[in-house]
Design a protein around this ligand. Structure first.
Ligand SMILES: [Zn+2]
Length: 142
């Protein structure tokens, strides 16, 4: 199994593997969410199991907007992991003041621009070793 894990480019998203499982479950339902500290109320990005501001380890889930703007982007044309078709566009998308590192799908690199509006489009990737669906944050031009 070690060999397969070494070639699996996706996170293990199940509740057995991460206390942030809820993030991926909500993403699979079409919602971008993050953690909000129950101690001081700080909303973190990326979601965190503890608060870097006050050290508390209790949190609530809050929904973020499904719309954002492109803050920066880059295009990868070669060296993509197996199963990915190029060119691949990666971007930092501003969502509710957070900077979300994400994939942009259906984005023509030539027409893409900083400041462009994008909409959440969660990307289903390869199932985990137990056959559970896995999702990554992704956006597409709005
Ligand atoms: Zn806190």
């Amino acid at each position: 199994m070690t060999y397969f894990r070494a070639t699996d480019p996706f996170p293990l998203e199940s509740a057995d593997h991460t206390k942030l499982h809820e993030f991926y479950a909500r993403l699979g339902q079409g919602t971008l969410a993050t953690t909000k500290c129950a101690g001081c109320g700080t909303a973190a990005w990326p979601p965190r199991g503890f608060c870097p501001e006050c050290g508390a380890d209790t949190f609530d889930w809050v929904e973020l907007s499904a719309e954002g703007t492109v803050h920066a982007f880059t295009v990868q044309e070669t060296g993509l992991p197996a199963g990915f078709e190029g060119p691949r566009v990666f971007a930092i998308v501003k969502v509710d003041g957070h900077r979300v590192f994400s994939i942009l799908v259906d984005a023509d690199p030539v027409k893409l621009a900083v400041g462009q509006k994008v909409r959440l489009a969660p990307l289903r990737v390869a199932d985990d070793p137990k056959g559970n669906a896995r999702w990554l944050p992704a956006f597409r031009p709005a």
